[in-house]
Design a protein around this ligand. Sequence first.
Ligand code: GLP
Length: 242
Amino acid sequence: MKVIKVKDYAELSKVASDIISDLVKEKEDAVLGLATGSTPIGLYKNLIEKYNNKEISFSKVTTFNLDEYCNLPREHEQSYYSFMHQNLFNHIDVKPENINLPNAIGDDLEALCEEYNEKLSKTQIDLQVLGIGGNGHIGFNEPGTPFDQETFVVELAEKTRQDNARFFSSIDEVPTHAITMGIKNIMAAKQILLLASGAAKQDAVKKLIEGEITEKFPASVLKKHDNVIVIIDEEAAGALEK
Ligand code: GLP
């Protein structure tokens, strides 16, 4: 795991967007794995700026998102479909048919997982962007998820629902389930870029960098991948030994 320490959120977003734009310049049909949450918003803003400046184009890029809340209508402001369109897709030239998010609306959620997993198994993600949950989750792989897990329906941990309640009018509105790529799908990416910013991530970052590899802390699996870059800002690095 290569750890890049930066000063603040602005620098984290810049370094991350440079890594992605270098990849897209080199491989115009790159397959990007994308994440939601507040952390990658600055990265997406910078990518939009690079697109507007004609530095990069996404016309041949394919995207796969990590996860989606179950049975939250796509048009709901907090669906990850809406999030991605508002924060990135509506502002760049990615083709709608090249955008992939789990479809998590329906009665047969297992079948929807299989459908997404099938799509993922037919491609390889060149670079997967990840945030990290306060409890070490990646995507929505909560503590205890087996490392060989593929796309599945997850019951969200209470801590995750509390963390994400800030985006909804009350915690009761936070969905209880989501469809997420499994850890195995995430680990299949050629390269992984994990971003962590702010003091609220100190403990998670400490466990990720200094802790053992354990299913109790999902992000620790990344130590088994040979091409991972972790970008952390000073606040997120606050609890590290050095
Ligand atoms: C959600 C997403 C994760 C994300 C996490 C952290 O739970 N499913 O992919 O990493 O939130 O979010 P934030 O970046 O807002 O701290």
